[in-house]
Design a protein around this ligand. Structure first.
Ligand code: B4P
Length: 193
């Protein structure tokens, strides 16, 4: 099974590129950000807990996110592959994902890491904030999210680099050009469906 992690800081384009990958390769998309926002919108117990963290730019606790991922993988047993978007975001989540996939006799195929400068990230998220209505797209929270990325998430890249699975991809330029670079890597393992 093809299991891709699309990795990068907030605003690097993980959600944008995931959509294009799903359209082209017909893999299952698992976005922890989307799953959490849906729980918040539906005012579930999980959503009420997550909202506080998301609104101030913190990461939601690992156990909440890991439980959510596990049920999502189980829900689609016939998937051609998975694209993990915004997960794992801590070393603990990465270790848990490796174990979860091992139980299913599969593993991460490749980790594509989008490289975008901090100025560009802030610019994109502020622009999105002007139209998205997202509570975490304002200057103060964006700064906190980028800090959280450096403190807790950047280390996930080293975890997969040590396994020889990390590939850096330039994440600035046109959305189509970035998709071409990502596709060139994915094509090594899976052809468009
Ligand atoms: P996420 O929903 O994962 O969102 P993100 O990091 O903000 O954005 P992404 O990288 O997907 O960027 P996008 O394509 O939208 O996280 C939100 C919050 O949820 C976190 O802060 C955290 O609290 C919580 N959370 C999620 N997962 C978690 C986990 N595993 N553990 C704990 N907590 C978790 O692009 C951004 C903007 O840039 C868009 O407006 C897009 O149009 C634009 N853009 C994209 N590509 C572009 C390009 N090439 N050029 C110009 N603009 C571009």
């Amino acid at each position: 099974m093809f299991n891709l992690i699309l990795f990068g800081p907030p605003g690097s384009g993980k959600g944008t590129q995931s959509q294009k990958i799903v359209d082209s390769y017909k893999v299952e998309h698992i976005s922890t950000g989307d799953l959490l926002r849906s729980e918040v919108k539906n005012e579930t117990a999980l959503g009420l807990e997550a909202k506080e963290y998301m609104d101030n730019g913190s990461l939601v606790p690992d156990e909440v996110v890991i439980g959510m991922i596990s049920s999502k993988i189980d829900a689609t047993p016939d998937a051609r592959g998975f694209i993990f978007d915004g997960f794992p975001r801590t070393k603990e989540q990465a270790v848990a994902l490796d174990k979860l996939l091992q139980l299913k006799e599969t593993s991460i195929t490749t980790v594509l890491s989008l490289q975008v400068s901090e100025d560009e990230l802030t610019k994109r998220l502020l622009e999105r904030g002007a139209t998205s209505g997202r509570s975490d797209d304002n200057e103060e929270v964006i700064t906190k999210r980028i800090k959280e990325y450096h403190a807790k998430t950047a280390i996930v890249a080293s975890h997969y680099d040590a396994q020889g699975k990390l590939v850096n991809i330039k994440g600035e330029g046109s959305i189509d050009d970035i998709f071409k670079s990502l596709s060139a890597e994915i094509d090594k393992y899976l052809q468009p469906a």
